[in-house]
Design a protein around this ligand. Structure first.
Ligand code: HPA
Ligand code: ZN
Length: 348
């Protein structure tokens, strides 16, 4: 990093550099990458009736006021996913886009309860996605891993049953997470299932501080043992917590376009990413649910940097480097990707 002259990189070079630099994506819900065109294709293939007459009508419904207004339409979209091949097609479509964005490593969330509640077997979900991950590695050179998320609006007993059903496929996923409606569903509700996942040797992450208060971030760390916080942007309401996250180097997987679409911040120019980086936090940029929120990872980077002129080439490097350091990849892979990142900036 010391050999890179960040100040010599003109701001006009940044969009191209943001696109070209190698990066990891750590907060991507695979069901949130389901594009309207694929929803209609799978609906036809599976004989599923949709509430919208066309791709355009469906896209026009993507106007959200908060997290719940999004989740209602997101779970409806996922209803076309029935067979193992559907999950493969979903995963593969994302990996083709990830390759175009120079993503070299992706840790992908999936929500098995969204599917098992409709009678889909957890084996079909996991094996279809896992097949896409293996093909992404073989054909696109992307290191791709799966993280099973529990839906926090459902009971902990439901999450425990889901973990039990998933454990025969333990070698297909690297960790567990916690997503869906945050308000009124604090991390404490899932203490037992996270303890059981930890005993199975799984990594632990949790959404916290997207709409919920800083206390939910503390509980995700202290009660669940989360190694990363997904979103976490509301930590800035609590300066002691910010100081702790910086000291412990707890990564935050920030999703700028998502935050604006779900009204967490009014505009990208109001986003607190510069404050998070300024406080020394290990923040990363991610796309969350790109089919619904207006862009994949490079779009998140380019639009965020365009809206926040205080972000510099040094911040671009830091964000990409953080994405590798915050990942659950082996140290030798991280070192290789960081060397490629250094090369991209040294020749910018
Ligand atoms: N928050 C909570 N649950 C989710 C999200 C999110 O941003 N995206 C998909 N499920
Ligand atoms: Zn999310």
């Amino acid at each position: 990093m010391t050999s890179i002259d960040f100040d010599a990189i003109p701001r006009a070079r940044l969009p191209a550099l943001l696109r070209a630099m190698p990066k990891a994506e750590l907060h991507l819900h695979i069901e949130g990458s389901l594009e309207p065109e694929l929803i209609f294709r799978l609906a036809r293939r599976n004989g599923v009736a949709l509430a919208y007459p066309s791709v355009e009508a469906l896209r026009a419904a993507y106007a959200f006021t908060d997290l719940q207004s999004f989740l209602d339409i997101y779970y409806a979209g996922a209803s076309v996913l029935l067979k193992e091949e559907d999950f493969f097609d979903l995963g593969w479509a994302y990996f083709e886009r990830a390759a175009a964005d120079n993503i070299v490593h992706a840790e992908i969330f999936f929500d098995p309860q969204t599917h098992t509640a409709r009678g889909v077997t957890i084996g079909a979900v996991i094996q279809g996605l896992s097949h896409a991950c293996r093909r992404a590695h073989a054909e696109l050179g992307i290191s791709a891993k799966l993280i099973l998320c529990f839906l926090r609006h459902l009971s902990e007993d439901d999450a425990l049953a889901t973990l039990d059903a998933a454990l025969p496929y333990r070698h297909h996923f690297i960790g567990v997470g916690l997503d869906s409606g945050e308000r009124g569903n604090p991390p404490e509700k899932f203490a037992r299932v996270f303890a059981r996942a930890r005993a199975a040797g799984l990594h632990l992450v949790a959404h916290a501080g997207e709409e919920g208060p800083p206390e939910y971030i503390r509980a995700a760390l202290d009660v669940l043992g989360a190694e990363r916080i997904d979103h976490g942007v509301r930590c800035t309401d609590d300066p002691d917590l910010v100081e702790r996250l910086a000291r412990e180097r707890t990564p935050l997987t920030v999703c700028p376009l998502s935050n604006v679409k779900l009204c967490v911040f009014p505009t990208l120019a109001d986003h607190n990413l510069p404050a998070l980086l300024g406080a020394g936090l290990c923040a990363t940029i991610n796309s969350d649910d790109p089919a619904y929120f207006g862009g994949y990872l490079n779009q998140n980077f380019v639009e965020t940097f365009a809206a926040l002129p205080q972000l510099s080439a040094r911040d671009a490097y830091r964000l990409a480097r953080n994405s590798f350091e915050a990942s659950f990849a082996p140290a030798e892979d991280k070192a290789r990707w960081i060397a490629a990142l250094d090369h991209a900036f040294a020749h910018a």
